[in-house]
Design a protein around this ligand. Structure first.
Ligand SMILES: Nc1ncnc2c1ncn2[C@@H]1O[C@H](COP(=O)(O)OP(=O)(O)O)[C@@H](O)[C@H]1O
Ligand SMILES: Cc1ncc(C[n+]2csc(CCOP(=O)(O)OP(=O)(O)O)c2C)c(N)n1
Ligand SMILES: [Mg+2]
Length: 322
């Protein structure tokens, strides 16, 4: 199977490659064309996933595609953007029909979940990796940036943290026996659910937001820096799942939540008056701390004393505390 047949058969023909709102031209030309309503801005984000770094060797292609798109779409959620389209630059060591079929199915399912269309890409031969670029729309002035946190805001997260990091030993060593709780954690690693609905609901309410990819402490550091404020996190309020506690124990679970990464849940700062409204809508909003004058991220114990934070989050190069 040649490159063009592969593209036609597995990608251009996929359900997620059918046109949609805002897509004037999809797969097949030199560029795709997007048309946005005049009052909307285009939100763009790109992320690469590399075998052995972001996912294990011999990964199930169906799960891999789900994870790749979820991770990318999560950036749109973090910005309060509505998904429009995405491109897929796929590098493959070889073109294997079963692998491609399963990959395309995983992509289709996550695209359906996110309501996003495949609008183009690139297919090359080489070590397995993929780069997805997502495009979304957000009304002018309503995007959720990292820079707006205000002293007095609550610091919130969109759900239990650390599950995917808790699954990592199981991901890396498939010979380990997996309990029911471990299986649930594996599900959170392979198929994170981008919090798109929450992101939309936070428009006009949250003052800053991002999605947690590198760990709560490290990613909150980005908000603190961009906003010129201090973030205080109350350790006891960090939500941990029963499955993670079961697999990793209390200390291990907290470490996964604080610095494990791979969560793809939102962290955001919220003026207190908006909390009840969001929670009444049934949205997952968990208060974990607050914004104060100062800088950096501080972890507090139940008595309000500073706790030595575990090593900060994931970084591809250099010292994690840089
Ligand atoms: N090679 C690069 N060239 C230009 N900008 C980059 C590059 N790598 C990362 N960035 C930008 O740096 C910022 C932080 O990147 P990153 O930590 O990867 O964000 P995220 O966690 O949202 O994926 C983003 O605005 C991203 O677009
Ligand atoms: C096989 C495997 N080993 C280790 C990890 C852990 N890991 C790799 S990259 C990463 C952080 C997120 O990746 P990055 O490229 O920094 O994403 P971004 O912040 O750009 O969204 C984590 C926690 C993993 N996901 N899979
Ligand atoms: Mg990135």
């Amino acid at each position: 199977m040649g490159e063009f047949e592969l593209i036609r058969h597995y990608f251009a023909a996929a359900a997620c490659a059918r046109g949609g709102e805002g897509i004037a031209l999809g797969i097949g030309d030199d560029c795709a064309l997007l048309t946005l309503p005049a009052e909307q801005q285009l939100a763009v984000s790109t992320d690469t996933l590399v075998e052995g770094v972001h996912f294990p060797r011999q990964a199930d292609p169906y799960l891999l595609a789900q994870r790749a798109l979820a991770v990318s779409a999560s950036d749109l959620a973090a910005m309060g953007a509505q998904p429009v389209g995405f491109t897929l630059a796929l590098t493959l060591p070889n073109a294997e029909a079963d692998w491609l079929q399963a990959f395309a199915r995983g992509l289709d399912e996550m695209a359906h979940y996110c309501d996003i269309r495949l609008i183009g890409g690139d297919t090359t031969r080489g070590p397995l990796s993929m780069t997805l670029t997502v495009f979304g729309q957000v009304p002018h002035q309503q995007a959720l940036k990292r820079s707006g946190a205000q002293v007095g805001d609550l610091l919130c997260v969109g759900g239990e943290l650390g599950d995917a990091a808790g699954a990592l030993p199981l991901v890396l060593d498939p010979s380990l026996s997996v309990s029911e709780a471990g299986d649930a954690l594996l599900g959170r690693y392979w198929s994170p659910k981008p919090q798109l609905q929450l992101g939309l609901a936070l428009r006009g309410k949250a003052t800053a937001a991002l999605d947690i990819s590198d760990g709560l402490l490290a990613d909150c550091g980005h908000i603190a820096r961009a906003s010129g404020v201090a973030l205080l996190i109350e350790q006891a309020r960090v939500p941990l799942s029963a499955d993670l506690l079961d697999v990793a124990g209390e200390e291990g679970a907290l470490n996964c939540a604080l610095s494990g990464g791979d969560d793809y849940r939102l962290a955001f700062t919220l003026p207190p008056e908006h909390l009840a409204t969001l929670q009444e809508q049934g949205l997952p909003v968990y208060v974990v701390g607050r914004v104060e004058v100062g800088e950096g991220v501080t972890l507090l114990d139940t008595q309000g004393r500073c706790v030595q934070a575990p090593a900060s989050g994931y970084q591809h190069f250099g010292n994690p505390r840089d």
